[in-house]
Design a protein around this ligand. Structure first.
Ligand SMILES: [Zn+2]
Length: 105
């Protein structure tokens, strides 16, 4: 039986700062969050198909979208878990090793 599906995660990047909030007004603490969606096979082999950086206001909880390109340019690549980022490549590696093993028999 083939088990596959889609899911999403919020990843707190640990970057905090204070800025003016457009929703609740005033200067509030905010943090940078990465939201990404992925497809999975057997819940383990994953591939990310959508990624969005968000700034969350700690006071009212509203989100603002920020540019992915600019955010990664300033902060470097995000600390996405290995199997979320490269799970599909690991699966491809297993398939290649399986067929390579069949050739050796
Ligand atoms: Zn706010």
């Amino acid at each position: 039986m083939l088990i596959w599906g889609y899911n999403s995660k919020y990843l707190n990047l640990g970057i905090k700062f204070s800025d003016n909030c457009q929703s609740c007004g005033g200067v509030q603490d905010k943090r940078l969050i990465l939201y990404y969606r992925y497809a999975h096979l057997y819940y383990y082999f994953r591939v990310i198909y959508e990624k969005q950086y968000l700034i969350e206001c700690d006071f009212c909880g509203c989100f603002y979208k920020v540019s992915t390109h600019e955010t990664e340019k300033l902060n470097g690549p995000p600390p996405i878990p290995f199997m979320d980022k490269y799970g599909a490549l690991v699966l491809c590696g297993f398939v290649v090793m399986f067929f390579f093993g069949l050739l050796l028999l």
